[in-house]
Write a protein that binds this ligand. Structure first.
Ligand SMILES: [Zn+2]
Length: 100
């Protein structure tokens, strides 16, 4: 997965998939909430789930699945997440106009 190491892919891997429209603080809180729910056992880790869009199962050594906040980062939607592979997450965020 060398393409993950440079350019926008690496930036988004560090900062998440949402563009500058969402304040980083809000995005961070939403992601933290999801991470806490995973740790608490309320929802499985995203890599334990097949991609919602393409049904790809995560395998060790491949890019990790993410939880997509598919309804947005408003706090009432923080629990509304779907597990997606990086490829589909990218396609979703592109469709939402979150980058470029
Ligand atoms: Zn996918």
């Amino acid at each position: 997965m060398r393409e993950q190491d440079s350019g926008w892919a690496a930036r988004e891997a560090r900062e998440g998939w949402w563009g500058p429209l969402v304040p980083r603080r809000v995005k961070r809180m939403a992601q933290e909430t999801t991470a806490r729910r995973v740790r608490a056992g309320l929802i499985p880790p995203p890599c334990a789930l097949p991609c919602t869009d393409c049904f790809t199962e995560w395998e060790p050594g491949t890019p990790r699945h993410h939880y997509d906040h598919y309804l947005g980062y408003e706090d009432e939607h923080w629990a509304d997440v779907e597990a997606v592979c990086p490829r589909c997450h990218n396609r979703r965020s592109r469709r939402r106009g979150e980058h470029r």
